[in-house]
Design a protein around this ligand. Structure first.
Ligand code: CLF
Ligand code: SF4
Length: 509
């Protein structure tokens, strides 16, 4: 089937060109879509790739690593590595001074028209480094006022800085909240540094929790949109996080990001060295379901590095090392970013129209029938990645009432240098084992056969279609086949059975 809808690159001619164009690649139940946001809130999250799942197809963020110190110790963190609040493990390539950070933002902003957000997320805690953090935020605001300022913190120092953040126009703040019960916290936090003194045991977690909740309440009172990240630690806080969710709802938290612990011995963390594992995909999904009561759940987090650059899921940080930047600050390209936003708005209108049309077509599917559809994408909101090139799949749940993202399944790229590797295919098949179909731009003969044998239908005739419209279109045909007895209805809440084989694929909520 030919592409029926224009793709963003079709619109590139509308845009002033930057040297290195950055184009490239929910919440609620599929049967009970989340309610619409108030207009003013919708406008504030519209182009933020973390606060809007849809925006993450079109917009990039960058982190500036200006905050090396931390005021607490988490058992999942090793100071040599990125802050696990917001990062997958991996050393930060460069720590920056505020002046370097502003220069780097100017350079990236001039090269990446899709850049919409600048965040500070480590490698320690931004508010344990307040001078560097505020100098950076103020400098970025002066240099590129159209960029949204963002920050992620453990919350210990948040009450002291909430007003200053709000005064500065930081409209999006993430707080990592892993517990509201100090007995649970004792198993996550060995100590916190409070006014120059190390506080240990349950007292440390009681203090941390009180400060976190106070800080969130202050931000909410100032109209700052708060996101909470919670790390699922099996056997430690997995059954407790629904209680955390209940407390957060009362504080007006905008978004809850329930994400898996990343733990490996080579990271040198306490958990890594003591064998504390992360959750399997079914375990993670179960905790997310328990938390998803009257709060928006983020399901597209990629647990980025503290020096990440690019769209979520892509890492362009290596392109923007300090040594590679021009000696003089690059000229800003605000008009290029504005043109990108306008182009994205036009694409969105078309993709929304496509979705509405697909929803009408799927309206006759039986109530209660659902399926899981994996999608390979390079961005732009399209099914546009080859199966063998995908490093991740977006998994959607689809039903007659609509579609919603369930999560991201990271995989090793199956095709290396034009050849598919049989050994690499098995983990990909396991990662998709709970899906009824995988929508891709292309797929080779061999993986096509193996996918079909594993019960996952490879679909290429929806290539370059908008993702959700494509998933719904596939579902309409699937429902018809189920009706004719040619396909079996999947069990409700099908789970990726083999994913308990840890290490094959990391699910990122
Ligand atoms: Fe960075 Fe965090 Fe701001 Fe996003 S990340 S400070 S809110 S701009 Fe985003 Fe990365 Fe997940 Fe964070 S995908 S780890 S949620
Ligand atoms: Fe590490 Fe972040 Fe925890 Fe500090 S708050 S110990 S930097 S994970």
């Amino acid at each position: 089937m030919k592409a029926r809808f224009p793709i963003l690159s079709d619109l590139a001619g509308d845009l002033p060109r930057a040297a290195n164009c950055g184009f490239g690649g929910g919440c609620g139940d599929a049967e009970r879509p989340a309610p619409a946001l108030p207009a003013d809130v919708a406008a504030r999250v519209k182009n933020h790739p973390c606060y809007s799942q849809e925006a993450h197809h079109h917009f990039a963020r960058m982190h500036v690593a200006v905050a090396p110190a931390c005021n607490i110790q988490c058992h999942y963190c090793n100071r040599k590595y990125d802050c696990a609040n917001e990062s997958r493990p991996g050393v930060v390539s460069e720590r920056l001074t505020p002046e370097q950070a502003v220069r780097k933002v100017q350079a990236v902003a001039a090269e990446v028209p899709s850049l919409s957000v600048v965040g500070i997320a480590g490698p320690g805690d931004p508010l344990a480094n307040p001078e560097a953090t505020f100098a950076t935020l103020e400098g970025v605001k002066r240099a590129a006022p159209d960029l949204t300022l963002c920050l992620s913190t453990n919350g210990l120092a948040l009450p002291d800085h909430a007003d200053r953040l709000a005064d500065l126009g930081v409209g999006h703040v993430t707080v990592t909240v892993n517990m509201v019960d100090p007995v649970v916290g004792e198993r996550i936090y060995p100590w916190v540094n409070w006014k120059g003194r190390k506080v240990r045991g349950a007292e440390a977690s009681r203090l941390l929790s009180e400060r976190q909740l106070e800080g969130i309440a202050r931000l909410a009172a100032r109209g700052v949109l708060c996101k909470v990240n919670s790390v699922v630690i099996p056997g430690v806080n997995d059954t407790h996080l629904s209680e955390v969710g209940r407390r957060l709802r009362g504080l007006g938290v905008f978004l809850h990001n329930v994400m898996p612990l990343i733990s490996a011995p080579e990271h040198g963390t306490h958990y890594g060295l003591t064998g504390q594992r992360g959750p399997t995909t079914p375990e993670l999904e179960a905790v997310q379901r328990a938390c998803e009561v009257d709060v928006r759940l983020m399901r597209h987090c990629r647990q980025c590095r503290a020096d990440a650059v690019g769209r979520l899921g892509e890492d362009r940080s290596g392109e923007f090392t300090m040594a590679s930047l021009p000696p003089e600050p690059a000229q800003d390209a605000a008009q290029v970013r504005a043109a990108h936003r306008a182009a994205v708005d036009r694409v969105r209108e078309r993709q929304e129209a496509a979705k509405r049309e697909a929803l009408r077509a799927v309206g006759g599917a039986p109530e209660g029938l659902r399926a899981r559809v994996a999608v390979a994408t390079r961005g732009e909101g399209l099914v546009n990645e080859h199966f063998g090139h995908a490093r991740e799949f977006l998994v959607y749940e689809v039903a007659a009432a609509g579609s919603r993202l369930l999560g991201i399944r990271k995989v090793e790229r199956f095709c290396q240098g034009g050849e598919g590797d049989e050994d690499a295919l098995a983990p990909v098949l396991r990662a998709l084992s709970d899906c009824q179909a995988v929508l891709v731009a292309k797929v080779g003969h061999c993986p096509k056969g193996q996918l079909a044998a594993a019960g996952v239908e490879p679909v290429v005739d929806l290539a370059h279609q908008p993702i959700e419209a494509a998933a719904l279109t596939w579902f309409a045909g699937f429902a018809a086949r189920v009706g004719r007895g040619e396909a079996a209805a999947p069990a409700l809440r099908a789970e990726p059975a083999a994913l308990a084989a840890e290490g094959d694929a990391v699910a990122v909520a």
